[in-house]
Design a protein around this ligand. Structure first.
Ligand code: HEM
Ligand code: HEM
Length: 160
């Protein structure tokens, strides 16, 4: 339900919706490092395996990409919490951008759940399911956020 009162309050003063420049850059940097490390792991894993004397041998870089990814995943949790407090709840109350914003939140929760499962699933089949559910959705994250940002800016410009 749209709440006209909120719409006016938050719509006129954009500040509560936006992260400070420094924090925004930090959130973007963490996001790109997260995505790139996941993508780099995929490239190593699916394209850079070499045939060694004991079968398929992973690239020596592969575990490093995963370590970076794991570290950035913690950073992403911090970013998500920050964004939740500064942007998401206030944005929701404006009634705008709910579809792409809501889907982005859903995707983040999905990545957190499927990522968490990777630590503890030991059954090969179920681990495989979780890995696939994790990275296919993960690769699409920047596209989704780009649509959200572009639509958000266009709307903000039209209003101004
Ligand atoms: C339910 C969830 C969300 C809602 C309702 C929402 C709402 C909005 C709205 C209304 C705008 C336009 C801002 C304006 O008019 O000034 C916007 C822009 C934006 N949103 Fe969201 N958002 C959500 C989730 C997210 C998430 C999860 C992220 C990133 C992690 C995000 C990042 C951004 C960015 C970077 C902009 C562009 C700001 C700019 O540079 O002008 N949003 N969002
Ligand atoms: C909030 C977002 C994310 C979180 C919390 C997260 C978390 C995790 C965690 C905890 C792992 C397991 C690390 C380990 O086994 O040591 C993992 C693995 C992985 N993630 Fe993410 N991740 C996120 C986003 C992404 C994105 C955007 C991509 C896509 C580029 C991605 C691709 C991968 C891949 C390819 C693996 C390795 C799978 C394997 O070990 O078989 N993740 N992630």
């Amino acid at each position: 339900m749209k709440n006209p009162a909120h719409h006016n309050v938050v719509g006129h003063h954009r500040t509560p919706l936006r992260l400070s420049r420094q924090r925004r850059y930090l959130v973007y940097a963490i996001g790109w490092a997260l995505w790139s490390s996941g993508a780099a792991w995929l490239v190593c894993h699916y394209f850079l395996m070499t045939k060694g004397p004991f079968g398929d041998t992973p690239s020596p870089l592969e575990p490093w990409w995963l370590r970076l990814h794991g570290a950035m995943a913690f950073g992403a949790l911090w970013s998500f919490g920050l964004t939740w407090g500064v942007h998401i709840v206030a944005g929701w109350k404006t009634g705008r951008q709910r579809v792409t914003g809501g889907v982005a939140v859903g995707v983040l929760v999905w990545l957190i759940l499927t990522g968490y499962l990777l630590y503890y699933l030991t059954d090969d089949t179920w681990r495989g399911v979780s890995v696939l559910a994790h990275w296919t959705i993960g690769l699409a994250l920047p596209l989704l956020l780009a649509v959200h940002v572009v639509l958000g800016r266009r709307r903000a410009k039209r209003k101004a």
